[in-house]
Design a protein around this ligand. Structure first.
Ligand SMILES: NC(=O)c1ccc[n+]([C@@H]2O[C@H](COP(=O)([O-])OP(=O)(O)OC[C@H]3O[C@@H](n4cnc5c(N)ncnc54)[C@H](OP(=O)(O)O)[C@@H]3O)[C@@H](O)[C@H]2O)c1
Length: 375
């Protein structure tokens, strides 16, 4: 995910007041509403100056997370301020929390995080907008992925081109779960994988955020789907529509004897030779992730090696860096609205539950999506 190229208004923002650990209840006094004085901004409703949010002021694991008061950000010319009704956690948030691989710190802050409120996904109501925003009105229900993060707080900024309208009938929870993971899944399948009806698609890592969307989206595109997950998730992945589920704790998808048109790899835990052996000569390998043991560059080193191996072979190699894209978000909205995709949500947490949920993300074995209602 690329950072929002616009300035990061929460960067280095001073604390207004801390309130202990994430299990602490809100301790701040009610904040009197004020109206933004920024001339580039059009506001409709009174917006508080500070808010209670899930924050991390230093890099570390979930223990460094707390709940505290921070300023409500003000939108730049091409930004929206939204009242966040729902967000959700992603592996991406873990990278920004830990500042690993270290490459992430070039964006997020070298010594400490510039943005203290994490949460790239957001769905909510537009409450203020910059002077150059057109086509989006205050009061609109929108969802998307914000490069500046902030979804784990009740107000957050997002660039106008990073959102789409939430279709009627789609809940904030469903839309809030459908940011990074849904965008990654659809871009891996459609943009990079070129998946079309009748294709045989393998999804390695089918039980997490990206995987649970990818299984449903591949079915929506008319593919035949083989999905790989562990025993405890087999029934869930079947229920999402996978035609066949391979339990990696007892069976090996490489040895299963299938040939695929597209392999969506959310793990990168097999060799290039093994992946080539299960791909049709006209097939495509889509690298979504890879081993994370290199603390400097993460999966990139292994992906270079795999790419080189594919250069001498027929199936093609694609890697993805998912981006917010309005057309893709609109398509995701359509899939949500007509029920072809129903986000798999294992639980919903409030701000006090974000720390524990983030620890779960850090295990690498989180099931489906955890939604955050930032109250
Ligand atoms: N390139 C991009 O733009 C982009 C965007 C988003 C995410 N990503 C990356 O893509 C990966 C997936 O993201 P995510 O959001 O889906 O992560 P996630 O929600 O944390 O999911 C991780 C899933 O991986 C599964 N898993 C772990 N070991 C496995 C194995 N050996 N075989 C099969 N499945 C296994 C786990 O299922 P079990 O419990 O069943 O093992 C878990 O459900 C992450 O590494 C993330 O950083 C990349």
């Amino acid at each position: 995910m690329s950072p929002d190229p616009i300035s990061d208004p929460l960067a280095e923002s001073p604390a207004v007041a801390g309130s202990g650990t994430s299990s602490a209840k809100a301790s701040a006094a009610p904040v009197p509403p004020v109206t933004s004085a920024v001339t580039s901004t059009v506001t409709s409703t009174a917006i508080p100056t500070t808010m209670r949010a899930s924050i991390a002021r230093t890099y570390g694991t979930a223990e460094v997370m707390t709940v505290g008061e921070v300023p409500v950000p003000e939108p730049g010319e091409e930004q929206l301020l939204i009242r966040v009704e729902a967000s959700s956690l992603n592996a991406l948030d873990w990278h920004f929390l830990t500042g690993t691989p270290y490459l992430v710190r070039l964006i997020a802050g070298l010594r400490k995080p510039k943005q203290v409120v994490l949460g790239a996904d957001m769905a909510g109501i537009v409450v203020a907008k910059g002077s150059k925003v057109s086509g989006i009105e205050i009061g609109d229900r929108v969802f998307g992925e914000s490069g500046t993060r902030g979804g784990f707080g009740p107000y957050a900024l997002i660039r106008d081109k990073n959102v789409a309208t939430i279709p009627d009938g789609v809940s904030f929870e469903a839309a809030g779960a459908s940011g990074v993971a849904a965008l990654t899944a659809i871009q891996a399948l459609r943009t990079k994988g070129g998946v079309k009806a009748g294709d045989r698609v393998l999804i390695n890592g089918a039980a997490g955020g990206v995987g649970t969307f990818a299984v449903q989206m591949a079915k929506a595109l008319g593919a035949r789907v083989v999905a790989v997950c562990s025993t405890r998730n087999v029934e869930m992945v079947k229920a999402l529509g996978a035609d066949e589920v391979i339990d990696y704790t007892t069976d090996d998808f490489v040895a299963a004897g299938h040939l695929f048109d597209v392999m969506i790899d959310n793990l990168g835990n097999r060799s290039a030779k093994e992946c080539l052996s299960i791909l049709d000569p006209g097939g495509r390998y889509v690298a979504v992730s890879g081993p994370k043991d290199n603390r400097w560059v993460g999966p990139m080193l292994k992906q270079v090696g795999v790419r080189l191996a594919f250069m001498r072979a027929k199936p093609s190699f694609e890697s993805i860096m998912a981006e917010p894209d309005v057309d893709d978000l609109n398509f995701i909205g359509e899939l949500l609205a007509d029920g072809r995709v129903v986000p798999a949500i294992q639980r919903v947490v409030d701000l006090d539950g974000v720390q524990e949920a983030m620890a779960e993300i850090g295990t690498g074995h989180v099931r489906s999506k955890i939604v955050v209602i930032p109250k």
